[in-house]
Design a binder for this molecule. Structure first.
Ligand code: ADP
Length: 383
């Protein structure tokens, strides 16, 4: 029996974990990676080392694949179009992916389909930012380069007209947004297949530290069930309207109106497995990675429901790496239910080098265990 070959562009941890999810299904995986040291390149046997920004490299890579999916959204749009014109099957395809590549395009499309968004517009220079600030009730406002940002890079909190100059230096279009006074950040994650089948995971709370995801709690504690339903429906609608294939993360703000009513606003979209879905590896019946693989191959999707009342994911952010074997001894002995996922990446301060998942019935306990393990693996907790 032969299975189609799934090509993955990008060798990061998302590719590594997607590959892992394909192993039980016997799926052949081919990887296009920048370097042999990349997280996924260390574990996939069929690796092409090359530059995803080079069309010839992409074309050559695509020849050995039946379907191509992505670890990141940085493949130049015109290359995606060219591959599509060659007849290469891309999941998700360029018409969907452009919304995850360009925040200006994303906002325009979300407005068309009536998705709730912060007030925003493309701004041309610092004076225009001041004009925008006046339209939305004054500074501070948020500026974002429409392309190329990740983990808070490419996002500026601008408090004064003077501070508005920086984002324009990159020479990329700049999107201004009102600063949302959110109470917390949520994510609604769904997976959609070419058949049009779709599944929605429980809505999660995502906590960031210095613009980087630190902790995810599934499901979001205390979230109004009606609002949770709205968020799931919204994510399913976005996936359908934009023609997303595979995993879609809809990052959301939960805000409180003047009259005390809670509502959700869309922050941004990611069309690939996402950090806010890592909890599903151990906390859901079918993980985001397994469902992404299924969707990419147009197989029936798996059950997204949780296995436990609470699951917590904490990222291991690079710090002063302790002796890893010693850290494993401690963490595994302390918590036999702990699930550790390390990416094999070189440690740099603040870099995501792994994550842990814990689950159980008591949220305080589940949170404490995840935080302890992530802190210990990072070296900031020593006992
Ligand atoms: P990235 O693409 O780098 O992940 P995001 O657009 O998600 O950038 O923004 C990073 C963080 O900045 C968000 O997680 C949120 O905490 C904050 N942020 C972004 N947009 C707004 C906004 N309009 N109002 C308030 N905070 C925001």
């Amino acid at each position: 029996m032969t299975f189609p070959v799934v090509g993955m562009v990008g060798g990061g941890q998302l590719a590594r974990m997607t590959h892992e999810a394909g192993i039980p299904l016997g799926i052949s995986f081919k990887l296009l990676s920048d370097t042999p040291q990349d997280s996924a390149a260390q574990v996939v046997s069929d690796v092409v080392i090359g530059d995803y920004r080079d069309l010839d490299t992409l074309r050559e890579f695509a020849r050995g694949c039946d379907v191509i999916t992505f670890d990141h959204e940085h493949v130049p749009f015109e290359h995606l179009r060219a591959l599509e014109a060659d007849g290469v099957v891309l999941r998700p395809g360029p018409d969907a992916l452009v919304h995850a590549q360009n925040k200006g395009v994303m906002r325009a499309r979300l407005m068309e389909i009536g998705a709730p968004c912060p007030r925003h517009r493309i701004v041309t220079d610092p004076a225009d930012v001041t004009a925008f600030a006046e339209e939305v009730g004054g500074f501070p406002v948020i500026l974002k380069t429409v392309q190329g940002g990740y983990d808070g890079k490419g996002v500026w909190f601008v408090r004064t007209p003077e501070e508005a100059a920086d984002p324009f230096r990159a020479g990329v279009a700049v999107l201004a947004e009102e600063k949302v006074d959110f109470v917390r950040e949520l994510a609604a994650n769904v997976v959609r297949s070419p058949h049009g089948q779709a599944v929605a995971y429980p809505v999660v709370e995502s906590r960031q530290v210095d613009g980087v995801c630190d902790t995810v709690i599934a499901p979001a504690p205390g979230l109004d069930s009606e609002l949770a339903g709205q968020a799931q429906e919204l994510a399913l609608r976005i996936a359908g309207e934009l023609g997303v294939i595979g995993h879609l993360a809809v990052e959301l703000f939960e805000a409180v109106d003047a009259d005390g009513r809670r509502r959700i606003l869309v922050n941004e979209l990611a069309m690939r497995p996402h950090n806010s879905g890592h909890w599903t590896q151990d906390g859901a019946i079918t993980s985001q990675f397994a469902n992404h693989v299924r969707a990419v191959l147009d197989l029936p999707l798996g059950d997204p429901r949780p296995r436990a009342t609470w699951t917590v994911m904490c990222n291991v952010l690079g710090g002063d790496y302790p002796d890893m074997y010693g850290a494993y001894l401690h963490c595994m002995a302390r918590d036999p239910q702990l699930k550790i996922h390390m990416y094999g990446k070189d440690v740099k301060p603040g870099r995501k080098v792994g994550h842990v998942n814990t689950y159980g019935e008591d949220l305080d306990d589940v949170l404490e265990r995840a935080r302890h393990a992530a802190g210990y693996l990072r070296g900031t907790i020593t006992e």
